[in-house]
Ligand binder design. Sequence first.
Ligand code: GLU
Length: 303
Amino acid sequence: MQQVCADVAPVVGTGVVADYIPALAKVPIDRFGIAVQTTDGDMACAGDAREPFSIQSIAKVFTLTLALEHRGDALWSRVGKEPSGDPFNSLVQLEHECGIPRNPLINAGALVVADCLVSDHPRPLDTLLQRVRSLSDAGVHYDDTVAESELATSDRNASMAHLMKSFGNLENPVKAVLDTYCYQCSLAMDCCALASAFSYLASGGVHRGRASNTGDVVRIVDPARARRINALMLTCGTYDRAGEFAYEVGVPAKSGVGGGIVAIVPGRGTVAVWSPGLGPSGNSLAGVEALKRFVSLTGWSVF
Ligand code: GLU
């Protein structure tokens, strides 16, 4: 990991921060952190791995996991499983495809998932926070400044939600769905917490308590669902660069415009990286470089 930090140093600080959400425009661009948790619970981290950041779209995997618990396969009648090939916040396909988003990891799909959570849980944001805290230890919270900043500038997401509502693909009022969506995106946590929180997807659906040292084993999803969520992350998790990312890095991953990327290596572990400078598709430039370097040094891959 020290080697990875040294190798990516020239890329850290390049790219642009996500300034379309005003609160994210203020994040210093020169940060880089990496954390790895192996499936037997060992954790290692380097750089700014203990600095919390806004996980943004990475939260879409947690909400998908929760929605599948209540909806099961019925969810797939309201959202697809195909990569979109379009930017994460595009409206174009939605009109052509009658309000059914391509997949749950782009904004439109995550809005449908948020709609399910609003219907299925009396306090969906509390349920989500509790789940993420239970998977990652303390230190996870909603960043109200980021959430309010996004809510104040969420015209595109509101447009998608209204369009889907007009096609009958939202059960709840647009405002309730958008509030939930913007708050889920504002979840703040550090690389170590993120690597821990995603470990269930590297371990066939099982989370092992780490921080408590209790060795508690909790089943979060069954092995088949873990495989399927990983498949969606591989094909749809890194915006309209998912093909390139699979080619270059070769593991399931989800990125967020806060500069985080979490990668899953089934049977091996999870790798969380963070660096706020983004490339044109919204993936962290130094983050992608670090994962490329990490998998080439370790040989961790699904291929
Ligand atoms: N909150 C962001 C948005 O809806 C999430 C985008 C992302 O991280 O991909 O635009």
